[in-house]
Design a protein around this ligand. Structure first.
Ligand code: ASP
Ligand code: MG
Length: 412
């Protein structure tokens, strides 16, 4: 049994969906679960739509653009709009009415899942013309908590539901289902966080004990740098789960960070390969891939440096550090780089306005706070002496850190 995941870029138009169908049908008689994201940039559009509806603004133009985009793809593929698609379109319209009275995160999770629901209903209708397949509602098996917009999976319930509800369907035919979405105990739709479809693949691979999980992307595999930043980026043929987990920790956008743990636990190989060039084998991530890695470069823009200074002349001791870390944990903030001195603690985080506002509210009483942004953070994992030459030259270093394996620099 195999799990395939196709991201939004792979199904952004009719040609993309046809290509998906060729990949899937070319796969022969193996049991297959096909997980699909929303088409193209639909999730961004839905975010705009939900924002407008929540504020009580006029959203009709956004809604109509969204519909027209899907209609074009459906008509190009099928000559008509599939019944299931129409049902979701109507549901979306009803959901938008009265949304301004609802909590903003709940509103988000009521609306944004329609991207995946609409894309899979069009794709399944097309695929059904080529092979036997079944549309499946991921929300009927993926159970989460009510942390809307970034819900956490209830593994016990999910595993049970996957085995009783999804497994028999997979035994019978190819399954087409949605990434990114689940539902809570009351049946509300939830989402797993942006780019969460990879994670859905890992959840299903884990629960179904799949033999492999393939992520089809518009890059040939996992590269050691973003090719838009470093032109000479190289591809890895093999990586270990551990290496990739670390890469995602430093901000490499290769795969959703939560994907690795479930598949590593069951040693399920993860393959990242190109949907454009199907002859290339891509990158395989597995347990025993331990060959020495070439340096990996990760660049993160729009960073915020926060410096907390003690108010009296006492030390920045463990108690005070503990207090700061508790606040960051409470706000669900990840530190990208940190350093302490006698009287200060400095940490670098992704620059999000509403988060820095909350930091101020919660830490202003005990510390003198200062903020600097936007800054850039570069990480070289497994650095070599000459890898430093590839970093931008004309930078002003704000903070630097070097261990035996990794080098990180925050610069202006
Ligand atoms: N459609 C969602 C997003 O764009 C989930 C995903 O693509 O993985 O974030
Ligand atoms: Mg996407």
């Amino acid at each position: 049994m195999q799990i395939f995941k196709f991201g939004g870029a792979s199904v952004k138009d009719a040609t993309g969906v046809k290509n998906l169908a060729e990949i899937v049908t070319g796969f022969g008689s193996q049991k297959l679960v096909v997980i699909v994201s929303a088409m193209g940039k639909t999730t961004n559009k839905l975010e705009e739509l939900v924002k407008q509806a929540h504020k009580g603004e006029d959203y009709n133009e956004t809604l109509s653009e969204l519909k027209q985009y899907h209609h074009k793809i459906a008509r190009d593929l099928l000559g008509e709009l599939p019944e299931k698609y129409m049902k979701f379109e109507e549901q979306l319209q009803t959901t938008l009415v009265g949304l301004n009275e609802c909590d903003d995160m709940l509103a988000y999770d009521k609306v944004v899942p329609f991207g995946e629901l609409m894309s899979t209903s069009i794709i399944e209708a097309y695929l059904a013309k080529k092979t036997t397949c079944q549309w499946f509602d991921a929300r009927s098996v993926i159970r989460t908590d009510q942390y809307f917009t970034e819900a956490n999976v209830d593994w016990v319930v999910t595993e049970k539901q996957v085995n009783t509800i999804l497994k028999p369907v997979v035994e019978a035919s190819i399954v087409v289902t949605q990434g990114f979405i689940g539902s809570d105990v009351e049946g509300n739709s939830t989402t797993l966080g942006r780019e969460g479809s990879d994670y859905t693949g890992a959840i299903l691979a884990y629960c179904l004990n799949a033999d492999g999980f393939t992520v089809w992307k518009d890059v040939p595999g996992i590269l050691n740098a973003d090719p838009r930043i470093l032109a000479e980026a190289e591809q890895y043929e093999q990586l270990s789960y551990r290496e990739v987990t670390e890469m995602t920790y430093y901000g490499a956008q290769v795969i959703h960070p939560k994907t690795l743990k479930p598949i590593a636990q069951k040693s399920i190989p993860l393959i990242v390969r190109s949907f454009l060039d199907r002859n290339r084998i891509g990158t395989t991530i597995a347990t025993d891939n331990t060959t020495k890695m070439i340096p990996c470069f990760v660049f993160k823009g729009n960073q915020l440096l926060v410096t907390a200074q003690v108010k009296d002349h006492s030390f920045m001791d463990e108690k005070k550090l503990g207090l700061i870390l508790q606040v960051l944990d409470l706000l669900n903030i990840k530190i990208n780089l940190m350093q302490n001195s006698a009287l200060t603690f400095s940490f670098c985080i992704d620059n999000k306005e509403f988060k820095s506002k909350r930091i101020k509210e919660l830490l202003n009483r005990d510390f003198i706070l200062s903020f600097e942004s936007p800054l850039n953070l570069a990480t070289i994992k497994n650095y070599t002496p000459d890898s430093f030459n590839k970093l931008p030259w004309n930078r002003t270093v704000i903070m630097e850190q070097k261990t035996s394996n990794n080098y990180q620099v925050l610069y202006r």
